[in-house]
Write a protein that binds this ligand. Structure first.
Ligand code: GTP
Ligand code: MG
Length: 458
């Protein structure tokens, strides 16, 4: 039988409330030793599950805090075991002291993710849902949170169950064919079977593609500032960051290598990159810097082309000649405080390059910066707004890759005229893998690896 575990389940640091959780066969007995009810003493047997009791948390004679106590009788609890929650005031020292009391009375410290692991072992959650909880807790952006929420509400589990039942009927058909005769199987029904298998392989493959697209977006999006020397890229970098990161000077070619900083732009984790100004140069080192700028530019998720509108320029010609740099980019028309009469955003906008926006800014007077940040955010959200992403954890990427491979092998064997006894083995191995997606995982090692990513108390 499992032992009883306890932990602080709220984040460390001070807060209005802090929650202690106790789970296991002795949860109620251990908690009860430290509760003192107002008025008539309440018998342990009178405590009703799912009722909130206000009482005191005590250590012998010592009163620690006024608390709210909740009891969930197994199996109707998060872990499926008897579970108690004690809501104290959120002082870390107080919480620690109360937790020590629970340990003294027989609970043992919970390991990382142990509450969720017990929920999984007691079939309260499948493995996908358990992993999704881990991601919900740790999500660093709204996009990641939305992906985790989809999984927590069973999207992967549902899809997998559906694929599994399709594979089971295919297997049954093949078995019938092996057991009885092959005479009945017409060319059409054989081809139809092959197509069904191919289709399942395609669904799995698609899922892998969607997941890898989502993973790319979970990496910090790269916002790259680029343009000719002296246009104000470094000035803009520093203003967006809110501190002096890049060196600024009136000498063109100041930034020799790209400079990159990670931070949250309106809640979205990004990597902001300031690059060396691009121009023809004989300087070997500057040339190397420019090559690196061009590489950053080609890998950017959001491109911000910084131009200097204090220059007298033929902007029409500029727009013509720089199509590849302007298309899809946010053009930051900088130095608008000393704008030259030759500048007019229409020269660029009139080209109707797809996805191009122009924002007039001045790093000197800070005008237009909010509008620019807003446009960058819009582009970032545009990258992430598609509902068509799914996130597979590493474990499931492996399973879905194996399933796809087995089913493709199956189709190849069928095309080669292999008998059902042979290709059914590939269906079997796909079925085995699909079973593991929803969590028929029994080795302690794999479970340990999954739940160790959680914090204590989860
Ligand atoms: N008047 C005015 N001057 C600006 C503005 N933004 C930048 N500058 C000046 O323009 C010069 C170049 O700025 P930087 O930020 O170093 O330009 P850069 O694009 O990083 O230049 P490189 O690193 O050489 O490619 C500096 O002297 C800045 O003070 C602006 O909005 N208005
Ligand atoms: Mg610079």
């Amino acid at each position: 039988m499992a032992d009883t575990i306890a932990a602080i389940s709220t984040a460390s640091g001070a807060g209005a409330i802090g929650i202690l959780r106790i789970s296991g066969p002795e949860a109620l007995q251990i908690a009860y030793k430290h509760l003192s009810f107002y008025g008539d003493p309440l018998l342990m047997s009178s405590i009703q599950p799912r009722f909130a009791y206000t009482c005191r948390f005590i250590d012998g004679e010592k009163k620690l805090d006024q608390v709210v106590f909740l009891y969930f009788a197994g199996p109707n609890s998060f872990t499926g075991e008897n579970l108690c929650e004690i809501h104290t005031h959120g002082n870390p020292i107080l919480l620690r002291e109360a937790l020590e009391c629970l340990f003294k009375s027989g609970a043992r410290p919970a390991k990382q993710g142990e509450f969720t692991k017990r929920a999984f072992l007691n079939s309260k959650l499948d493995l996908n849902e358990a992993e999704a909880i881990g991601r919900i807790i740790g999500a660093r952006s709204r996009f990641e949170l939305e992906l985790a929420q989809k999984n927590a509400f069973g999207e992967i589990s549902r899809l997998t169950s559906n694929l599994r039942s399709q594979l089971i009927s295919l297997k049954a058909e093949c078995e019938a064919e092996i057991d009885f005769s092959t005479e009945d199987l017409t060319y059409e029904s054989f081809e139809e079977r092959k197509n069904r298998i191919r289709k399942i392989a395609e669904i799995c493959n698609n899922l892998l593609h969607k997941s890898s697209a989502a993973e790319n977006l979970l990496e910090r999006s790269r916002v790259v500032l680029y343009g000719e020397p002296n246009t104000g890229k470094s000035s803009l970098m520093n203003l967006i960051l809110g501190r002096d990161r890049s060196i600024i000077s009136e000498i063109p070619g100041t930034t020799r290598d790209y400079i990159s900083e990670e931070f949250l732009l309106s809640g979205v984790p990004i990597r902001l990159i300031d690059t060396a100004g691009v121009r023809e140069t004989g300087d070997r080192i500057e040339k190397m810097g420019i090559e690196r700028s061009e590489k950053e530019f080609s890998q950017a998720d959001v491109r911000v082309l910084v131009i200097d509108v204090s220059q007298a320029m033929d902007w029409e010609k500029f727009a013509e000649e720089n199509r590849s740099k302007i298309e899809g980019a946010i053009v930051a028309a900088n130095k608008s405080d000393i704008r030259d009469p030759s500048w007019d955003p229409q020269f660029i906008l009139r080209k109707n390059y797809s996805g191009t926006m122009v924002v007039e800014i001045s790093c000197k007077t800070r005008t237009g910066l909010d509008a620019l940040v807003q446009k960058i955010s819009e582009k970032l959200q545009g990258l992430e707004s598609s509902e068509d992403y799914v996130l597979l954890e590493e474990r499931n990427r492996f399973h879905f890759t194996s399933i796809t491979r087995s089913l493709e092998n199956c189709v190849a064997l069928m095309s080669d005229g292999a008998p059902a006894e042979i290709y059914i083995k590939e269906i079997d191995s796909a079925l085995e893998q699909i079973g593991e997606v929803n969590g028929r995982v029994d080795t302690e090692e794999i479970l340990g690896r999954i739940f160790s990513k959680f914090c204590v108390g989860k």
